[in-house]
Design a protein around this ligand. Structure first.
Ligand code: PCA
Length: 201
């Protein structure tokens, strides 16, 4: 059976919870079409995170890579359109920051997602879930992992990759106090619908 690597992230910055963890743990071992999901949680660390991700890619040899990240404050499930070759912004969980730095020295400026981002948004909207395509994954760890996934997909035959940002869960919204949230059940259901669309193509 083909492998679908589904990644999430640990908590970071001011977020004591990362709802992507529960989703990837819940879907680990599930089957979607011809794919078995391998769910894994990555460190929010510019050194460790990409290393863990590359080790998983080498070990699992996935045919599909779907990475999830929390974007605290958004209200809609947001499949990302593009990853750019830049690291910049806030401290990672090891206290490290970058400014205007490339992820890969001399690498491609950007990669477009090869997941069916429009179909995912349409499917979610039809199911009653707010969703939209996002045109920037930022310049933090999420963009970094999306870039690495698409770089791998570009260097490897028959691999597709991409990234989906999700809103906070109710639990995180309560802990934070200033951001909107979704129920964990709806977040999980929405990602299941996204994966159903991904495995159709
Ligand atoms: N979101 C962050 C990194 C980890 C996560 O879940 C981001 O959007 O870059």
């Amino acid at each position: 059976m083909k492998k679908l690597l589904l990644t999430g992230f640990e908590p970071f910055l001011t977020n004591p919870i990362n709802p992507t963890m529960d989703i990837v743990n819940a879907l680990d071992g599930e089957v979607f079409g011809e794919y078995e999901v391998i769910g894994r949680v990555l460190s929010v660390d510019f050194t460790k995170g990409p290393e863990q991700f590359k080790t998983l890619l080498a070990d699992i040899k996935p045919a599909m890579i779907v990475s999830l990240g929390l974007a605290a404050g958004i209200t809609k499930i947001s499949p990302e359109r593009v990853a750019i070759n830049i690291k910049d912004g806030e401290k990672d969980n090891n206290g490290v920051t970058f400014e205007d730095a490339p992820i890969v020295e001399g690498g491609e400026a950007a990669y477009f997602s090869t997941l069916p981002i429009r179909s995912m948004v349409n499917r979610l909207n039809e199911a009653g879930y707010p969703a939209t395509i996002s045109n920037s994954a930022g310049t933090y760890l999420c963009n970094n992992m999306m870039y690495e996934g698409l770089r791998y997909a570009n260097l490897t035959q028959n691999v597709v990759a991409g990234f989906i940002h999700i809103p906070a869960s109710f639990e995180l919204a309560i802990a934070n106090g200033r951001i909107p949230g979704w129920s964990s059940r709806d977040l999980l259901n929405a990602i299941k619908l996204c994966l159903e669309e991904c495995v159709k193509n």
